[in-house]
Design a protein around this ligand. Structure first.
Ligand SMILES: C[S@@+](CC[C@H](N)C(=O)[O-])C[C@H]1O[C@@H](n2cnc3c(N)ncnc32)[C@H](O)[C@@H]1O
Length: 237
């Protein structure tokens, strides 16, 4: 793991925010080759306002998003997504030194990416919810049968909000993500909001190994939050 960057000042968020990324950002941070998953079923959990499922659906990929807020209607999620984006951008402006700005050149460009994701997500949400693409769920439980999805993606939740949830929550959630997957689970990032590595990652990998779950840390060619250039990959052999 890359410990080179060390900082104690984290982005100050008082809640898990409802924002999300685009499919092109998912491809980078989950190190995805979508041509390998074209005929697969993919779960994005929790999805927030990510447009991955909306865009994947347009590409003919069978993808499902779930989130604790997917009991809400489109206009409520629009208001929440817009408010959380403003809230996040204001706080991120205080700690820009924790981030690399080679991809997003500045805060305005980052904001545009988040707005694009929110709008694409919202365009698909109402019809997608009726079609079963957006499902309300409260982790650490998932309302899906064993091995329902080939690939399960979990971004910007578990370790990023490591200060909000205890180890038991992380453990139960990861077991649940693994239960519903038939091939792979990918979790990103491995850092908290303070850019520090999740302190129990070694314990977690040991516990996974004891449970006979294959797990590895994979380097990825993406690093916005400094040091966060790795993901956790679980797989079934
Ligand atoms: C930052 S967003 C996820 C962003 C998206 N995965 C991405 O990488 O762009 C985090 C989401 O977790 C959801 N959430 C918080 N607690 C949850 C829980 N217990 N079960 C399911 N979703 C939860 C929030 O509603 C929020 O939308």
């Amino acid at each position: 793991m890359n410990f080179a960057h060390s900082t104690t000042d984290a982005i100050q968020l008082d809640r898990v925010i409802f924002i999300g990324r685009t499919l092109s950002e998912y491809v980078k941070l989950f190190h995805l080759d979508l041509s390998q998953w074209q005929k697969s079923k993919i779960l994005d959990c929790p999805a927030g306002a990510a447009s991955f499922v909306a865009e994947a659906h347009q590409m003919g990929i069978d993808a499902v998003a779930c989130d604790i807020l997917f009991n809400l209607d489109e206009s409520t999620l629009r208001a929440k997504g817009q408010a959380d984006l403003v809230y996040m951008m204001e706080r991120l402006a205080d700690v820009t030194h924790n981030y690399n700005w080679d991809f997003y050149q500045n805060l305005e460009q980052l904001n545009e990416y988040r707005k694009t994701a929110l709008e694409s997500f919202l365009t698909d949400y109402a019809t997608g919810r009726q079609a079963g693409r957006y499902i309300q769920t409260t982790l650490p439980q998932l309302p899906f049968g064993d091995r329902s999805f080939d690939l399960v993606l979990s971004g910007h939740f578990l370790f990023l909000y490591g200060d909000c949830f205890d180890y038991a929550f992380h453990w139960q959630t990861i077991l649940e993500l693994y239960r519903v997957c038939s091939q792979e689970v990918r979790i990103y990032p491995l850092q908290g909001k303070d850019a520090q590595p999740y302190p129990f990652l070694n314990n977690l990998i040991n516990d996974l190994n004891h449970a006979e779950i294959s797990a590895e840390i994979v380097n990825i060619p993406w690093e916005f939050l400094k040091g966060s250039n790795q993901m956790l990959r679980l797989w079934r052999t």
